[in-house]
Design a protein around this ligand. Structure first.
Ligand SMILES: C[S@@+](CC[C@H](N)C(=O)[O-])C[C@H]1O[C@@H](n2cnc3c(N)ncnc32)[C@H](O)[C@@H]1O
Length: 209
């Protein structure tokens, strides 16, 4: 098991409390606004974790397929949200999603992209599963220099340059691509006492034709 996989298996029970220290509900509300979510439609939440985005979508009346490679994180969500009804859980990789082509109205991925091995491959997969007219919305970190996020939280990438993210979106054929500030920082203090990070968060969106 890689460091990142081990990390999320071990922090799953504490993730929601940790998440509250890192960023607020503003992040998912901004993502939902960028997608223009409509009750009754079907969304996929990629790297769904303990359910931060999924729970927001369910409360707005959407149906959700929650995908994550960590069994422990999805178990944590199941404990809170339960099974059946509007939620389905699937173990899977962002770069080879366990969903059919053109099968969902929205795809969300909050703070997942900086953990995947290949961000462009993950974005291609997220675009593949969108129905025509569907929207992909990714919320993640701008490029930063806080190395302890890599060593202590197993981040694979130290954030992203927005032009790269925009190019990965357009290369998949998505249109109306926009990247804006969420208007909030992701904040974390290092365990080693060697730093405190405050990293701006972007919201990137695009529509499938
Ligand atoms: C920082 S957490 C964010 C969880 C949730 N989206 C939230 O906002 O609280 C990242 C999540 O992405 C998952 N993840 C990381 N790499 C992944 C991959 N390649 N495929 C699927 N899930 C992945 C992790 O297991 C973890 O649950």
């Amino acid at each position: 098991m890689t460091g990142s996989r081990k990390y999320f298996e071990s922090v799953a029970p504490q993730w929601e409390a940790m998440r509250q220290g890192f960023f607020s509900e503003t992040v998912r509300e901004t993502a939902f606004g960028a997608a223009g979510v409509i009750a009754g439609r079907l969304a996929a939440d990629i790297g769904a974790g303990a359910g931060f985005v999924t729970e927001g979508l369910l409360s707005r009346g959407l149906r959700v397929i929650a995908v994550d490679r960590s069994k422990a994180m999805l178990e944590e969500m199941k404990r809170k949200v339960g099974e059946g009804g509007a939620i389905e859980y699937r173990i899977g990789e962002a770069e080879s999603l366990p969903l059919e082509d053109r099968s969902v109205d929205y795809v969300f991925a909050n703070m997942c992209l900086h953990h995947v091995d290949s961000p462009p491959a993950a974005i291609r997969e997220m675009a593949r599963i969108l129905k025509p007219g569907g929207r992909l919305v990714i919320t993640d970190l701008d490029r930063h220099e806080f190395d302890f996020l890599r060593t202590e939280h197993c981040d694979r990438w130290m954030g992203f340059d927005r032009p790269d993210v925009g190019r990965w979106f357009t290369e998949t054929g998505l249109v109306d691509v926009q990247i804006d500030c969420v208007g909030e920082n992701c904040c974390a203090a290092s365990q080693c006492g060697c730093g405190a990070a405050a990293v701006s968060i972007f919201v990137a969106s695009g529509r499938r034709t």
